[in-house]
Design a protein. Structure first.
Length: 109
């Protein structure tokens, strides 16, 4: 008697079904962890920008940048504070400088 080798159609459908169920469980969790990583990077960048502001103020007798333009030219584009490049928000937004509070903010996440 001759035996057939290979998979039946039902076995293949069962494998595809199991893979589909596993993918539906894993993919949302990956998306959640990606969003958390983006938020953490953004928070870290804001903290680094605030430290750069404080360092600049220390060097200039407590004088902070006057406005957004001065903040961008003296903090963001200065290689003294960020020798490896300007911090970039992972959400593709810009960091906003508040001269009244001498603070940096990003979008809410």
């Amino acid at each position: 008697m001759k035996t057939k080798r290979g998979f039946t159609l039902i076995e293949m459908l069962l494998v595809v079904l199991i893979l589909g169920v596993l993918a539906s469980i894993v993919i949302p969790r990956i998306a959640e962890s990606t969003a958390g990583a983006k938020a953490a990077k953004c928070d870290s960048n804001v903290a680094n920008l605030i430290r750069a502001l404080e360092l600049r103020a220390t060097k200039n007798d407590g004088d902070y940048p006057a406005d957004q333009t001065e903040f961008e030219s003296e903090i963001l584009n200065d290689t003294t504070y960020f020798p490896h490049g300007t911090p970039v928000c992972p959400y593709a937004t810009t960091y906003t400088y508040n001269a009244g509070l001498s603070s940096v903010t990003a979008h809410s996440h």
